[in-house]
Design a binder for this molecule. Structure first.
Ligand SMILES: Cc1cc2nc3c(=O)[nH]c(=O)nc-3n(C[C@H](O)[C@H](O)[C@H](O)COP(=O)(O)OP(=O)(O)OC[C@H]3O[C@@H](n4cnc5c(N)ncnc54)[C@H](O)[C@@H]3O)c2cc1C
Length: 427
């Protein structure tokens, strides 16, 4: 039987980084992944340029940018491995990057540079006597633990292998065709850990066909909006605990054939609970009621739709006024009530999504291994010695903008520092 200090299941962002760090500490590491290609989610991320971290992440209050049943869980790991630490690694490897919107950092070249960097970091392990082997593709059929000997045994299609530590880095369920599975959660449950019911996050929202028909022709239209969860039903965090805070994002909205997408909707989708309404201000920062009434007071003879184009794309203005004959007229002929109603609908567009585009289109999974069962310092299971969970498999979900990768790096780093060489490495 092969023997290592640690076996890491999943060679994605978190698994690769953890392997590299543990190997560089002198540990014998085996990375196992069932998918033929390494780190596919890094490769496709950020439109192929990987939004690999975010400068705005505040390690002292990471809960601002992360959802979790325990919003403070991620604080320690994020404070000990910061975006600056990852940037230093990129610079060491000569990988150029640039900042886009709201602190988001992307590779100048391609995401492949990042994957190559992580693989190179794994290969630099022998310097301190460490070793990182990678079995890929390799299917794992069974994992057992012997508590007396403190040994995990992994049965794989390349043979049996054992280690004193096992890391679950199998990620979330998004993009199943790239190898996503629920294996990590099944193993977590096998060892007595709780799992917060996973659901798709950072995902487009869909609407009922008939109700959506008036907007379907707007597919492809994008505009900046303010989007909020509803206060009335409360915004439950992934753990399901109800917290009556209103979450608002100022981002771009994109109309699609089946519903809404774009950064604004992806962000709010992680907070959205089925059945709850969302509210959209289509002209944020503008007092539309006052503007429309002022235009009427000036005696403007422009059609209302034309007047609206000062603040909205004309396609949107046209289709919006089409639903009500009171709005299909020159502004000086409209009643104050009709104008106020129009302004209210545009600045507080209330709508109830029927669902999401699901894991096929989601960027992340909200939920996962319950943080109550993990140490926030080491990512080790509290009641299962030697079992660690890192990255997206854990109930920590970042906002759009590089936060999810930063969580993968930081949780992997915390875990790699905590694993000790096991007796099996001498076996
Ligand atoms: C389209 C898209 C774009 C994204 N863009 C960004 C971005 O720009 N910035 C950002 O911060 N985040 C982005 N994300 C999210 C980010 O990719 C993930 O949060 C991150 O990859 C999580 O890292 P991980 O190592 O936990 O999981 P993953 O990177 O998903 O790795 C998990 C690994 O486990 C393997 N695995 C699964 N099941 C098994 C099994 N049964 N046996 C063995 N191996 C298994 C998988 O093959 C995979 O290699 C994006 C996600 C998607 C889908």
């Amino acid at each position: 039987m092969f023997s290592y200090d640690v076996i890491i299941l999943g060679a994605g962002a978190a698994g690769l980084f953890c392997a590299a760090q543990a190997g560089q500490r002198g540990l014998k590491v085996l990375l196992i992944d069932h998918y033929p290609a390494v780190a596919e989610k890094i490769r496709i991320s950020g439109g192929g340029r990987a939004n690999f971290t975010n400068r705005d992440l505040d390690p002292s209050s990471p809960q601002k940018h992360f959802l979790s049943g325990n919003s403070h869980f991620c604080r320690s790991a994020l404070a000990r491995f910061t975006p600056g630490d990852f940037l230093a690694l990129m610079q060491k490897h000569g990988i150029d990057f640039h900042e886009k919107h709201k602190g988001q950092l992307f590779c100048d070249g391609s995401a492949q540079e990042l994957i190559d960097m992580l693989l190179a970091e794994c290969q630099s392990a022998p310097v301190k006597g460490g070793l990182v082997d990678r079995w890929q593709p390799c299917r794992v059929s069974r994992v057992d633990h012997d508590p007396d000997k403190q040994i995990y045994t992994v049965d794989s299609d390349r043979g049996m292998v054992k280690a004193s530590a096992l890391v679950l880095a199998t990620g979330g369920l998004s993009i199943p065709k790239l190898g996503a599975t629920d294996f990590g959660w099944r193993l977590a449950r096998q060892f007595g850990l709780r799992v917060i019911e996973p659901r798709p996050g950072l995902v487009p929202l869909t609407f009922d066909g008939d109700n959506w028909a008036p907007y379907a022709s707007l597919a492809g239209l994008a505009l900046p909006v303010a989007i909020s969860t509803s206060e009335s039903k409360g915004d439950s965090p992934p753990s399901g605990k109800s917290k009556k805070t209103r979450i608002t994002f100022h981002e771009d909205l994109l109309f699609t054939h089946r519903g809404l997408s774009g950064p604004a909707v992806l962000q709010i989708s992680s907070y959205w609970q089925p059945g709850a309404p969302i509210s959209i201000d289509l002209a944020p920062g503008v007092d539309l009621a006052a503007e429309l009434l002022a235009a009427k007071a000036r005696g403007s003879r422009k059609l209302i739709a034309n007047e609206l184009t000062a603040w909205l794309p004309s396609r949107l203005a046209d289709s919006w006024v089409n639903v009500n004959s009171a709005w299909q007229r020159p502004i000086n002929e409209a009643s104050d009530k009709a104008l106020a109603q129009l302004a209210e609908q545009l600045s507080q567009w209330q709508l109830v999504p029927t669902g999401t585009e699901g894991y096929r289109k989601a960027e992340v999974t909200v939920g996962g291994v319950d943080t109550r069962d993990l140490s926030s310092q080491t990512m080790e299971a509290k009641n299962q010695p030697g079992l660690y969970c890192i990255g997206e498999v854990v109930d920590v979900t970042g906002w759009l903008g590089g936060y999810n990768f930063q969580w993968a790096w930081a949780s992997a780093h915390a875990c790699a520092l905590a694993i000790e060489p096991g007796s099996t490495s001498q076996a």
